[in-house]
Design a protein around this ligand. Structure first.
Ligand code: 13P
Length: 239
């Protein structure tokens, strides 16, 4: 398993359903990894084997994994198959999967456990919707997501948490810096076992705001969608 303790910050590119061979060839030629940080590229799974970086601090991540270990589940990829392909990280419970693919906290928990058992670090995504935020339910929603999605076996060395407010994803909107820092502090204080977890922020991170967000006390890195598709922009974020 990757040693998370050795990194001051963790940056994850989530390409979502984007990319092709010529895109990734060009991307990897231009990608400029900073060795103090852990950089992870989550491409669509079919391209994971083709992502070749020559830096020990550059890793591949999947965007999802099956909750099943093996069997008659057409179209699925198991955690052990990801391990077989040297994948070190996997996003789990992204809000797009929760919203469009009916992924529940229970599934997120099972998937995360399967990944940990295969020495793959799950990046467990949580976050509130705009309606929940407006009704001041953020703390309650995050608390339930954490309790139900994070397996007991998870700890700060084998799992990561990503706080992605649903309303900030792809919208250009972000919480204020104070709000981000306070929510991350809240997450780390839900239980003593979370105190040392690395918590990443995601939602409309770009080169113009990444430094101020990542510099916050309780932020340990960023999960980047749209801006990660532009390698020049991503290079600035991870520099
Ligand atoms: P954007 O950076 O495009 O807002 O997406 C965030 C995200 O969903 C990363 O997982």
């Amino acid at each position: 398993m990757v040693n998370l303790d050795k990194y001051s910050s963790i940056f994850i590119a989530n390409w979502k359903l984007n990319g092709n061979y010529s895109f990734l060839k060009d991307y990897y030629q231009k990608l400029n990894v900073n060795s103090d940080n852990c950089t992870i590229i989550c491409s669509p799974s079919i391209y994971l084997k083709s992502l070749k970086g020559n830096n020990e601090n550059l890793f591949c991540g999947a965007q999802d994994v099956s909750s099943y270990k093996e069997g008659a589940y057409t179209g699925e990829l198991s955690a052990s198959m990801l391990r077989d392909n040297n994948i070190d990280f996997c996003l789990v419970g992204h809000s797009e999967r929760r919203q469009y693919f009916a992924e529940t906290n229970n599934y997120v928990n099972i998937k995360s456990l399967n990944l940990i058992e295969e020495n793959i670090i799950p990046v467990i995504c949580i976050g509130e919707t705009l309606q929940q935020k407006e009704k001041k339910r953020t703390e309650e929603i995050l608390s339930t997501q954490i309790k139900e999605s994070i397996p007991n076996l998870a700890n700060h060395q084998n799992a990561l948490i990503a706080y992605e407010p649903v309303w900030a994803i792809g919208t250009g909107l972000t919480p204020t810096l104070d709000e981000i820092n306070q929510v991350h502090e809240l997450i780390k204080n839900f239980d003593t076992k979370f105190r040392n977890f690395k918590v990443l922020y995601g939602g409309s991170v770009k080169s113009s705001n990444s430094k101020e967000i990542n510099d916050l006390n309780h932020v340990d890195g960023c999960l980047i969608g749209g801006a990660s598709l532009n390698v020049d922009e991503f290079n600035i974020i991870i520099s």
